[in-house]
Design a protein around this ligand. Structure first.
Ligand SMILES: [Zn+2]
Ligand SMILES: [Zn+2]
Length: 138
């Protein structure tokens, strides 16, 4: 099954397409996600071979940890992507999708680093560290 899914940043300088299935959403509360998003990051993901950048004139990458990088728009400031450099997966900020995709938050991770001004939703698996059981679809 090939579904064409589209998304991008607020100004249109970065646009992407996904031809394949998206993973359910993982909410990451780690300090890097807090500082770069201003809150926490809710990200879906897809296999790299299903991901295509359609427009990347304002896409910039930032590496806080060697081997990993975050993609953001250097015009409108949108936080968009996270990946292990050359890894099999691209994480995509769920809020950048053009249309609802029927996804839901399946795990909260790094809750030990969460801000103290909100509650982690009950009934969803959570981890104080990075462990989760949310599979990346084929
Ligand atoms: Zn932009
Ligand atoms: Zn994080």
């Amino acid at each position: 099954m090939t579904t064409n899914i589209f998304g991008g940043c607020a100004c249109g300088g970065v646009r992407y397409a996904v031809s394949g299935k998206l993973r359910d959403i993982i909410a990451c509360h780690c300090e890097q996600c807090r500082r770069t998003s201003g809150h926490f990051v809710a990200a879906t993901a897809c296999r790299r071979e299903h991901f295509t950048l359609l427009q990347q004139s304002s896409l910039q990458w930032y590496s806080a940890v060697p081997g990993y990088r975050r993609g953001f728009c250097n015009v409108c400031g949108a936080s968009l992507f996270f990946e292990e450099t050359g890894g099999p997966r691209v994480s995509i900020a769920a809020g950048s999708l053009d249309a609802p995709q029927g996804l839901h938050i399946a795990a909260h991770i790094y809750t030990a680093e969460a801000g103290d001004y909100y509650a982690i939703e009950p009934g969803v698996p959570s981890s104080s560290g990075g462990a989760h059981n949310v599979a990346l679809p084929e």
